[in-house]
Design a binder for this molecule. Structure first.
Ligand SMILES: O=C1O[C@H](COP(=O)(O)O)[C@@H](O)[C@H](O)[C@H]1O
Length: 255
């Protein structure tokens, strides 16, 4: 059955706080639906500006935190308490405020910090344990992947012009030449992003307005964020009006 890739639904909210509110409502609804269907909620988080945007989830009602299985859309290959670690950032901004069981937070295996291919494979095996045992899909089907949009149009650790944009088989890829420090990272690949049930980008601030317009209004440029087009799942953008100022793409009202 052929599916046309998801058309982005863009929710532009007046302020960053409004974006946080809408995002919390969206995530709570996604986890309810997932848990109702499969008894678990598989989510991949990004680093950067994203963890701070999860603040309104902390006090959200009816969240079944013990059913969450948390992975990373990408991670820097550094110790888990390093200032560059996406896990360290998520811990500070989110995990330290909500009761997700520690065993449900799937970090990189830092025994392999000096062997990035082993580290990549170990992370992919962790995903296989979670997904392949429960689904027959060639790719894991995350219930939700939360992504950021870098100022250069990158997402995860998929950077413009990088060979990893062409990866079509591996679930997890590794790189040692990230144009944005630190250089060594692992990242989910486009096939995994595009098999998710839901993908949501979060981008705020006027500093992102030019890039957001390019991503949404000129997808033919092929910037990494534009290549996230879930085959079956939904694609949502949660942005504030400052970031959306130049965007021609139709905006939807969040309610
Ligand atoms: O390096 C990274 O950058 C992206 C975008 O970060 P942002 O602060 O511009 O939102 C982030 O999504 C990714 O997880 C991180 O490793």
């Amino acid at each position: 059955m052929h599916h046309s890739p998801a058309t982005p639904v863009v929710y532009s909210l007046p302020t960053v706080d409004d974006v946080k509110d809408a995002l919390a409502q969206f995530v709570v609804k996604a986890q309810h639906e997932a848990i109702e269907k499969k008894g678990r909620f598989t989510i991949a988080l990004s680093g950067g500006s994203l963890p701070k945007m999860l603040g309104k989830l902390v006090d959200a009602p009816d969240v079944q935190w013990d059913r969450w299985q948390v992975y990373y859309a990408d991670e820097r290959v550094v110790p888990l308490d390093h200032e560059d670690s996406n896990h360290a950032l998520c811990k500070k901004e989110f995990y330290d405020k909500v009761p997700i069981p520690e065993g449900n937070i799937h970090t990189i295996n830092t025994d392999y910090l000096d062997d990035i291919e082993e580290l990549r494979e170990a992370y992919e095996n962790d995903l296989i344990l979670q997904f392949a045992s429960k689904e027959t899909a060639r790719f894991p089907i995350f219930d939700l992947i939360l992504l950021g949009m870098g100022p250069d149009g990158h997402t995860c650790s998929l950077f413009p012009g990088h060979e990893l944009l062409m990866e079509e088989v591996e679930w997890v890829a590794c790189l040692e030449d990230s144009p944005k420090p630190p250089p060594k990272r692992i990242t989910l690949t486009f096939p995994v992003l595009n098999h998710a049930a839901r993908v949501a980008f979060v981008a705020t601030g006027e500093g992102k307005k030019e890039m957001l317009a390019r991503i949404l209004d000129r997808p033919e440029e092929g910037l990494p964020c534009s290549r996230v087009r879930p085959l079956v799942g939904t694609l949502s953008w949660f942005v504030d009006d400052a970031a959306a100022e130049l965007v021609a793409h139709p905006k939807s009202v969040w309610s």
